[in-house]
Unconditional design. Structure first.
Length: 86
């Protein structure tokens, strides 16, 4: 769980924003606000990356709405390494 959820993530639970992290993290302190990942922002960013990849690959950005097959998966570690090189 910590490998995928070690970073504190702000999510919506009903109408309220809730910060969740592994119970083993932040046992003696709270996470700094600038270190909390916002789930809605992350999802929007990943959607934008997928849409850009879709345009490059010549496919629809939203395979469900278009009825086409989804595009290839993007290796996030490779993507982050590419972005770090910029």
């Amino acid at each position: 769980m910590c490998r995928s959820h070690g970073v504190p993530i702000r999510m919506r639970q009903g109408a309220l924003p809730v910060v969740q992290a592994c119970y083993r993290n932040f046992t003696r302190t709270t996470p700094d606000p600038d270190c909390v990942l916002d789930q809605a922002t992350l999802s929007a960013t990943l959607y934008a990356v997928d849409a850009a990849e879709a345009r490059t690959a010549g496919r629809e950005a939203d395979p469900i709405a278009s009825g086409s097959e989804p595009g290839r998966r993007v290796d996030l570690a490779g993507l982050l390494a590419d972005l770090a090189a910029i």
